[in-house]
Design a protein around this ligand. Structure first.
Ligand SMILES: Nc1ncnc2c1ncn2[C@@H]1O[C@H](COP(=O)(O)OP(=O)(O)OP(=O)(O)O)[C@@H](O)[C@H]1O
Length: 311
């Protein structure tokens, strides 16, 4: 559905997107992540035909975004970061206006309006002026606008930006429902949300792609995967020495030591190694009582920080 090859976008001397390539297959829900200034919006603006690329190529459903720009844009429903809405218009009137601009007429237009009003939960506010709506509802109007011509691809730039947790949840559910029969490409800073909605994620940093995989694979393969918490009653120095001597141990940190001999440790191990059986065997052999032996499962946020932090 989206094919990007060696795409570069520069503003004067500044290269915002540096020769990136990726593919989004039909039906995929892909999260496009990166810190501020990574080049997400620049990429999205090129894909949606708002900016020409400096070099490279991109196509939407097989249509070149430059040479077949109108056909390519017909395939896209785009919701920008700050949805431009006519505040003085009523919701349905606005959507009708947008549908007309996108070439819909007559019965087809009425039918699509009914569908998007229903799909986006706008039934109760369809006659209200846009300026009287909460930000969450305005976001729904933006989503309905992007859907009115029934595009197979939705490109959403920070769809939940500035919303409160309840509004975020409702927009998230809406997007999940829309994903049932559409390809979705969305940028977001809310990683837990991306983990919930997206089957794949692309992480951009400094205009380069740092990762492109499923959230599960990214978490599994991250370097810091597998921190272990250990609470055990043992002599401090002997314990640390014995744990450090085990294979695949990268770092042992003693967090807390209580008067009655309980030691609280965090143990960093090589990713994809299982060290807990060795630790429990050590406790058994030494007859040290064991209270906690817990492996932390990484999150997409851990992956994001690992791939994009500068320090
Ligand atoms: N119109 C423009 N003219 C000049 N520089 C720009 C322009 N738009 C973006 N940039 C620069 O390009 C880089 C990438 O910006 P972009 O908005 O694409 O990043 P982003 O990943 O979308 O960031 P954010 O998460 O803050 O929206 C930044 O350094 C930004 O300052």
């Amino acid at each position: 559905m989206i094919q990007v090859e060696n795409l570069t976008k520069s503003y004067g001397r500044h290269t915002a997107v540096d020769s990136i390539s990726f593919e989004v297959k039909a039906g995929d829900v892909v999260g496009f992540l990166g810190p501020n200034g990574a080049g997400k919006t620049s990429t999205i603006r090129v894909l949606t035909g708002y900016h020409p690329p400096s070099s490279g190529a991109a196509s939407i459903a097989g249509y070149d975004i430059f040479r077949q720009s109108i056909e390519a844009r017909r395939q896209i429903g785009y919701m920008p970061e700050n949805v431009p809405l006519y505040r003085e218009m009523r919701v349905r009137e606005f959507l009708k206006h947008r549908g007309t601009l996108k070439g819909l007429r007559g019965k087809e237009l009425q039918k699509r309006l009914d569908i998007v009003v229903e799909e986006c939960g706008l039934g109760d506010v369809r006659r209200k002026m846009i300026k009287t709506l909460s930000k969450g509802y305005r976001q729904r109007v933006g989503l309905a606008d992007s859907l009115v011509h029934d595009p197979p691809l939705l490109i959403l730039d920070e769809p939940t930006n500035g919303l409160d947790p309840n509004q975020i949840r409702s927009i998230r559910n809406l997007i999940k429902n829309l994903a049932a029969d559409r390809t979705i490409f969305l940028s977001s800073h809310i990683l837990s949300e991306v983990e919930m909605i997206c089957k794949k994620v692309i992480i951009l940093e400094g205009g380069h792609i740092k990762a492109n995989d499923t959230p599960a694979n990214l978490v599994k393969n991250m370097r810091a995967a597998g921190n272990i918490s250990l609470e055990i009653q043992a002599p401090k120095a002997e314990l640390v020495e014995a744990v450090e001597a085990l294979p695949h141990i990268k770092k042992v940190t003693l967090n807390h030591s209580s008067d009655d001999g309980w030691q609280n440790l965090t143990i960093l191990v090589d990713s994809n190694t299982e060290t807990r059986p060795r630790l429990s065997k050590l406790a058994e052999e030494k007859k040290w009582p064991l209270r906690t032996l817990h492996r932390h499962v990484g999150t997409l946020e851990d992956v994001f920080v690992e791939l994009t932090r500068k320090d």
